[in-house]
Design a protein around this ligand. Sequence first.
Ligand SMILES: Nc1ncnc2c1ncn2[C@@H]1O[C@H](COP(=O)(O)OP(=O)(O)O)[C@@H](O)[C@H]1O
Ligand SMILES: [Mg+2]
Length: 372
Amino acid sequence: MPEATKSRIKRYWKIAVLANIKDDHQEKPDGVPPDAFADFDHIETIDSLRAALETDGHETAFIQADANLPYALKDVAPDICFNIAEGLGGDAREAQVPALLEMLKIPYTGSRVLTNGISLDKTLTKRIWRDRKLPVAPFQEFVVGDEALRPELKFPLFVKPAREGTGMGVDMKAIVKTEKDLRERAQYIINTYQQPALVETFLPGREFTIGVMGRADSKLYSRHPEWYDKDGFHRFPVLELDNSRSVTPLVYSQEAKSKSVDEEGAPGYFCPADVDPELEKKLKNFAVRAHQLLYALDISRTDIRLDEEGNPRLIEINTLPGLTPDYSDLCLQAKAEGIKYEDLILDILYLGASRWGMVEPREVAPEARAKK
Ligand SMILES: Nc1ncnc2c1ncn2[C@@H]1O[C@H](COP(=O)(O)OP(=O)(O)O)[C@@H](O)[C@H]1O
Ligand SMILES: [Mg+2]
């Protein structure tokens, strides 16, 4: 792999990494679901991110994304924030930090308010995709629990919280085979997670997840312009999750996700997945379309499963994909193609920073410009 080109910046920055941290030993407050905070990060992930950002000469600080964040931002006065915060409560928690940063006019990496609000909501996301003809399984949102089931939804069905991540609310009981089980599960989700239950056709086929990075002009700002395709997007190699060997065969549940890659009960991780070139191209292009239709920025990861007939169906998009080295799906995908963690993180940084005028565009040879 070619060496990274020099960063096109005038000076080094003070970067604040913004995240919500979890402590596995801490007691959970009353009234939260049993798997609350599963999508929060461990402090080791923050340390890895900071170390990666510092390899290019920047100074970093970590700020916890809680109610004290507005004051901490004043104290730290960062040039830019590297945002991985999941947020606290409400109906669009992943949009809270971007909203605050927009208000304070502080540059940040990754998707903006609208995208993070919508992508957390799997029902809204699927409505947008379906409208633009991306393939999704039939679905229906249950707000109270006793809604009449639409005729296109045939058992077995899959029931999950509409607005969570990291497998929260997803275990073997998410697969329901009877009307009685459906009602019980929907009620459980609505009561426990205080949000609608999303009911979908159960997709019995293979499961893939595909990362996407960039935008039309990525090559002008990236340290690795060679990573990006003609349309400006980098498609990471397809990762297949083999759920059959997981503690929860058939589903990539919260329990399965919490295991390290080689641990007993973890799913099999295959990257690049053994898929025929036609399916591979389809999956990657669906992931790019999924990203574009939600106006996602810099980085995202889209989950796709095959239905009974072997057709891909988009499940959800993660616009704040996990970034824990050697553990998060996106990091496994980058590693599989020889992309170093530091280089991955720095490209996310410079793609974000370039939107705020903080990076000089690379000179493009006149003949390359003519072809554009
Ligand atoms: N309609 C479905 N059919 C079959 N499995 C599903 C379906 N929806 C979700 N799953 C399983 O549940 C897992 C978690 O669901 P997902 O929508 O990706 O939520 P999360 O945000 O928790 O990752 C998926 O990775 C997949 O294994
Ligand atoms: Mg998922």
